[in-house]
Design a protein around this ligand. Structure first.
Ligand code: ADP
Ligand code: MG
Length: 351
């Protein structure tokens, strides 16, 4: 099974419900065969964007193109889009096989060929042994595999997935994330995936678009969003972060809230209102010393890592994470320590 993925362009799309604006100035390009994820809190407009692309909702203004062609006047069934939703949207009175063959039946594919193609799609998701089961006889994960097979059986150019793993438990979610990624590579279609789970977005995607209030705040590969968030919102949404207000910056140094002066290369921080640093980049000096004296407020043991909350003498909390080494002493809260920050690890943020 394979399909040639299409390119997708949202250009300045606006969608309102009465006075409420659900999508505003929404622009995004998705490349052929790319796995793009829309990441945002509930209500940020993710589903609205998918619905506009699929044709379930019309837009106030702007334009949406598939393969460079405007789809404004193209009916839903002509857009060649497969969809998987969070809720199990299988037909309850159709068997697994007849659920998957449904899109082919709709397209007038002859019965024998529809059966062959459906079985092939079900084999890909390892459901070929259960073709005669009814949906209520399947587990949640199995239902989503069937829903996935049904969405791709007609070899759509575009596959949209709206929180497809949202109803599953964590372990199963992680397994299916890897499966979905592998299936998409195999098929080659263009995917827009929606989630509010940042871990899922980082795991699955070629690129992630972070959304807030109907807008795209930043779009980029997962590593770029993680390493170089541009705004406070993105920095706080993706991964853990220490956020520090810049109090003063001048040649050769800057001062940060609760930490005092920082020395080192700060050219990349010019104009920053805030800087952030990831906990794993804070260098804890367990024997004391370091540029910033502190005491341990809290130590949390995670097995493979240890998380520390440090309190500076000016009462600023700093989170640090270290890999755990066997035999390493875990010091009690209250112990005097210190830490260092490398200025090149600091990321400049705007409000
Ligand atoms: P998300 O999928 O990111 O959770 P949605 O796109 O579903 O967000 O919704 C974005 C906003 O638009 C929400 O505040 C929601 O309440 C509102 N909204 C969505 N659909 C409708 C509708 N049919 N009528 C009125 N408001 C809606
Ligand atoms: Mg939604």
């Amino acid at each position: 099974m394979s399909s040639t993925g299409a390119t997708i362009d949202f250009r300045n799309v606006r969608k309102s419900y009465g006075k409420f604006v659900a999508l505003e100035n929404f622009s995004m390009h998705v490349g052929r065969g790319e796995f793009m994820t829309l990441l945002g809190a509930s209500g940020s407009g993710k589903t609205t964007a998918l619905n506009a692309l699929a044709g379930f909702t019309d837009i106030d203004s702007g334009e949406i193109l598939i393969d460079g062609v405007s789809i404004t006047n193209l009916p839903t069934e002509k857009r060649e889009i497969g969809m998987v939703f969070q809720s199990y949207s299988l037909f309850p009175h159709r068997s697994v096989l007849r659920n998957v063959s449904f899109p082919l039946e709709m397209r007038g594919v002859p019965r024998a060929e529809a059966r062959r193609r459906s079985e092939k799609a079900l084999a890909m998701v390892r459901m070929d042994a259960l073709v005669d089961r009814m949906p209520h006889e399947l587990s949640g994960g199995q239902r989503q595999r069937v829903a996935f097979a049904r969405a791709v059986v007609f070899e759509p150019r575009v596959l949209l997935m709206d929180e497809p793993l949202g109803a599953l438990d964590l372990k199963l979610r992680e397994t299916l994330q890897l499966e979905i990624k592998a299936y998409q590579r195999q098929i080659g279609c263009t995917v827009i995936y929606v989630t509010h789970d940042q871990g899922e977005a980082l795991t699955l995607s070629d690129r992630v678009a972070v959304m807030d209030k109907g807008r795209v705040l930043q779009v980029g590969p997962p590593e770029e969003l993680y390493d170089r968030p541009r705004s406070r919102f993105v920095a706080e949404f993706i991964g853990a972060n220490n956020l520090l207000t810049v109090e003063r910056a001048e040649n050769g140094g800057m001062a940060l809230e609760g930490l005092g002066p920082i020395k080192g290369d700060i050219a990349h921080l010019s104009g920053a209102e805030f800087v952030s640093i990831r906990p794993e980049l804070v260098r804890v000096r367990h024997g004391g010393g370091g540029a910033h004296p502190a005491r341990l407020k809290e130590t949390v043991f995670f097995g493979n890592s240890v998380r520390y909350v440090l309190l500076t003498d000016a009462d600023k909390e700093i989170s640090a994470i270290e890999p755990r080494r066997p035999g390493q002493e875990i010091r009690p809260a209250g112990a005097r320590v210190g830490f260092d920050l490398d200025t090149t690890d600091l990321v400049a943020l705007t409000a």
